[in-house]
Design a protein around this ligand. Structure first.
Ligand SMILES: *Cc1c(COP(=O)(O)O)cnc(C)c1O
Length: 410
């Protein structure tokens, strides 16, 4: 998308506003399917939690993707957006047996990630097929916030507990149709991922009626200059070869599934904000924007670096700025970053704002959540209105205690 198109969107819809480029989502989807095009049965399930606007879900559905969900509400959003129940997989963590049962009533594939629920579910519903989430204990990436495969992670059933799983399956007579892992958010090193895959293949051999193996996600996209990006093409080639060997030994062609979130939507997103104040202190120049971690929490939560471009003055002389927000809390987006000269009223574009940005936003400081716009065929489509004052009051029950007291006293 051009800067002019982005600037026009802020003129039409105001700021702050999230903008998603549908063509970029499509290009990423095609890149992934191309990298695995020699796999007979491939299933790409988009991880809804990355960006769950129903227009995005519909668009991703139109590309041929399925949906990866982590809550019954996401399952319902997926169904609402037109996904077939059988094209949705539900991979929760730490939810109640009741929620899992309710999801199976919707016809969706479930994925269980602990022994306790596996046993209870197997006893009650031995005929409903279940996928099992395995924890191969492989570290992907270095940040413990996003590496969920290591030894003390809360996700998945440890590979050291396979004998226990097998005992439950045998005792309950339940039907395991899939094996799953999701090791974390960064496949920095393809070999580490392939190593984890070998563990998954080994595990899969224990189950005779599998229909699919789900490798989760972890595809890395570059956030800042010099960032490593997963080499999808090389990864596709190497994993495909191993998968084919596995299927040959297994005696059947299984479906190879992935659940990318960030890979599909991160780079498609721009978050556009306006500079309210340029504040020079004795040591720093702050650019204070009309947003905060209530709208984009990743920098404060994960230390993520989103590239920031001054699209109002792209050719200006570069200077150092700390970009901060307007909420009453430390909400730093960037520390002493080189950005072309900023004037009050300029529009700053945050890159990589598609994944885990809007979906993690809140009303903190009683601010409205931003509008969302989808860019498609050179046109902007509003896909979510900016919130308004009434939205802040929705669900609140106005209990006027003084009045109650007065009534009680009469
Ligand atoms: C969040 C999540 C994903 C998506 O991860 P990305 O890093 O955004 O690709 C996939 N699978 C599961 C089970 C998840 O919880």
């Amino acid at each position: 998308m051009t800067s002019d198109a982005l600037l026009n969107i802020t003129k039409e819809y105001g700021s702050p506003v999230y903008v998603y480029d549908a063509h970029k989502i499509e290009a990423q989807y095609n890149r992934l399917t191309t990298a695995f095009n020699s796999v007979k049965k491939l299933k790409i399930n988009y991880a809804a939690k990355a960006l769950s606007n129903i227009s995005i879900l519909k668009f991703v559905n139109s590309l041929g993707a399925g949906l990866d969900t982590v809550s019954i509400q996401e399952v319902k959003l997926g169904l609402h957006a037109g996904f077939k129940a059988k094209d949705i997989i539900y991979t929760p963590n730490g939810v109640s047996l009741e929620e899992i049962e309710n999801v199976t009533k919707l016809g969706t594939q479930i994925n269980i990630d602990n022994l306790s629920i596996l046993e209870q579910f197997g006893n009650k519903h031995p005929n409903i097929p279940v996928c099992i989430r395995i924890n191969p204990h492989v570290m992907a990436g270095g940040n413990t916030n996003i590496s969920v495969g290591h030894i003390d992670s809360k996700f998945g059933i440890s590979i050291h507990q396979i004998p226990h799983i097998l005992r439950i399956v045998e005792n309950t007579g339940m039907h395991i149709n899939g094996i799953h892992m999701h090791t974390g958010s960064d496949i920095l090193d393809i070999d580490v991922f392939l190593y984890a895959s070998e563990i998954l293949f080994e595990t899969a051999k224990n189950f005779k009626d599998l229909e699919f193996i789900d490798f989760g996600s972890g595809f890395k996209v570059p956030y800042k200059e010099g960032d490593i990006e997963t080499n999808i093409e090389e990864f596709g080639e190497k994993l495909t070869a191993r998968f084919k060997t596995f299927c040959k030994n297994y005696g059947r062609d299984l479906t190879l599934a992935f659940e990318p979130g960030k890979f599909l939507v991160s780079e498609a997103g721009n978050f556009l904000t306006k500079v309210n104040v340029v504040k020079q202190t004795t040591s720093t120049v702050f650019a204070q924007i009309d947003s905060g971690f209530n709208h984009l929490i990743r920098p404060m939560l994960y230390g993520s670096q989103h590239e920031i471009e001054n699209i109002s003055n792209p050719k200006g002389r570069e200077r150092f700025y700390s970009v901060v927000g307007y909420i009453c809390e430390t909400d730093t987006f960037a520390n002493n970053r080189r950005i072309s000269e900023i004037n009050e009223g300029d529009i700053l574009a945050f890159k990589n704002a598609g994944a885990y940005c809007y979906s993690m936003s809140s009303n903190y400081n009683s601010r409205y959540r931003p509008a969302e716009v989808l860019w498609y065929n050179n046109k902007a489509h509003l896909i979510r209105k900016r919130e308004c004052f009434d939205d802040l009051l929705t669900n609140q029950i106005d209990v006027s205690l003084e009045q109650k007291k007065a009534i009680a006293n009469t």
